[in-house]
Design a protein around this ligand. Structure first.
Ligand SMILES: *Cc1c(COP(=O)(O)O)cnc(C)c1O
Length: 463
């Protein structure tokens, strides 16, 4: 190295000097010291490499700027809030159902200290964690008993593993959900022999009947959550299947998938079987997700006859699928809201998004469009009517009319603008449509409008 280089390197600010800087002192109020030191080290090393490669000696200010960028990027949580402008209400990639305020409060309460997770406050004895929701589930669904596991995939697995031997399912219902969940694979892994009956499009009660034999332990219905078979089709009426099970003393398992607690026909979203209807029809074991249409935390809810629920709870595998206190707190609070249907619809975010009237969405889209147009005079924003989907493997053939704000960026390509929206602060996920970007008002929360507007304005102004 030339003596001149040595001299230049000596001119770089020292760690001790930088730590005395007022700006850095402010960082130390927010970040742990070791993290700040690591960021400064990174910036100093970077500057040193630059000097060795013949760059000019940077001043302290630019080193601090580089350190700040590094500090912020390494301190940003990896899992973080996202503004969902896609219009997909139960977006699996974006965490499915957002929790209601009541559920958030319940989680905060239970997570910020101790709670009676497995402790009976009446008697002082050891309690059962599912008891926190079992009575509510019984009250709301009419089922005798209930338990909860981590997700509906676990619920199905545990039910099958408990029932064991052969289970009869229609070929039209052998679902794959989101790639990694395939019912036939699940059955095999759970030790159950799958007895497929009927054909993809038509299954009759006689097909089930023929399959019943010494090794068959249950009949199962699986809700075809994420597809529909249309055309020349025939499916067995659920009441008939229940009757057949009764006649042969075989339990009926019903994997509902979504867990609609009331008829969604009211918002033009019919076709999702309700939990109560399945109980009423006489299913022995019913399972559904906590974070699909129910609108609560990720969970798998199992309800049904007490005798069967007890057997499931005695399965040694139950322990591997048990839920934590935060899940139970959120689930109980969510279920409480279902005691009044209107209250649930208004206060559970996913239900309220699914049921927002079109004229309300139009009004919100026009407001956002007006704000954006006022901010960025020469950019092209407009309001269009479009379609939202429910997502989360629910209601595949039902789109809901919605209103979107469109943006035709002039200074970025659509892909580039979408990438910058995703990578910015706040992170925004939107979709492309015919060379424009769409912001679907159905899934954008009121409180997200302002930050969304600011971020779009920044990008449109090329910042
Ligand atoms: C979604 C779904 C599952 C899986 O539920 P998760 O809660 O995502 O584990 C299983 N069965 C059906 C029919 C479903 O729709």
């Amino acid at each position: 190295m030339t003596p001149n280089k040595h001299e230049q390197l000596r001119q770089l600010p020292s760690m001790t000097g930088l730590l005395e800087d007022a700006t850095v002192k402010a960082w130390l109020d927010i970040h742990p010291r070791a993290v700040v030191v690591a960021a400064l080290n990174w910036a100093i090393d970077h500057a040193r490499d630059g000097v060795i490669n013949d760059d000019a000696v940077p001043n302290a200010e630019s080193i601090l700027q580089a350190a700040l960028v590094h500090l912020e990027s390494t301190s940003l949580p990896s899992i973080r809030r996202v503004i969902n402008a896609t219009g997909v209400v139960l977006h699996t990639g974006l965490g499915r159902a957002p929790l209601s305020q009541a559920a958030i409060d319940a989680v905060t309460q239970c997570a910020s200290g101790y709670c009676n997770l497995e402790f009976d406050l009446e008697s002082g004895a050891r309690g059962r964690r599912a008891d926190h929701v079992a009575n509510l589930l019984a009250e709301l669904t009419g089922a005798e008993a209930a338990t909860v596991v981590n997700n509906n995939a676990a619920a199905t697995f545990l039910i099958l593993n408990t029932v064991a031997s052969g289970v009869v399912v229609s070929r039209g219902e052998l679902v794959e959900i989101g790639g990694s969940y395939r019912l036939p694979d699940m059955m095999q892994a759970s030790g159950v022999e799958l007895r497929e009956v009927g054909t993809t499009n038509r299954t009759r009660i006689a097909d089930y009947e023929k399959a019943i034999g010494p090794n068959v332990a249950a009949l199962m219905r699986v809700h075809t959550s994420n597809y529909r078979i249309v055309g020349f089709t025939q499916a067995v009426d659920f009441d008939e299947l229940v009757r057949l099970g009764r006649d042969h003393e075989l339990p009926i398992i019903d994997d509902l998938g979504s867990g609609a607690m009331f008829d969604l026909d009211r918002f033009g979203l019919g076709g999702e079987p309700s939990v109560q209807a399945s109980v009423e029809a006489g299913a022995d074991l019913i399972c559904f997700s906590g974070d699909k249409i129910l609108g609560g935390p990720q969970a798998g809810i199992i309800i049904g006859r007490r005798e069967w629920i007890n057997r499931i709870e005695r399965n040694p595998l139950m322990r591997t699928y048990r839920v934590g206190k935060m899940t139970l707190a959120a689930l109980e609070a969510t279920l409480q809201q279902y005691r009044d249907e209107d209250h649930a619809r208004e206060n559970i975010p996913s239900l309220s998004m699914m049921s927002t009237p079109l004229d309300e969405l139009k009004k919100r889209a026009e407001e956002l469009c007006g704000l954006l147009t006022k901010r960025i005079a020469d950019a092209a924003f407009a309001v269009i009517e479009e379609q939202s989907t429910v997502g989360g493997g629910s209601l595949p053939d039902r789109n809901i009319a919605t209103h979107c704000v469109t943006w035709s960026p002039t200074n970025h390509s659509v892909d580039e603008a979408l990438a910058r929206l995703r990578q910015g602060k706040p992170a925004i996920v939107a979709r492309a449509h015919r060379g424009m970007i769409l912001f679907d008002l159905r899934t954008i929360d009121e409180k997200d409008i302002q930050p969304l507007m600011e971020r779009i304005a920044q990008l449109a102004a090329n910042q």
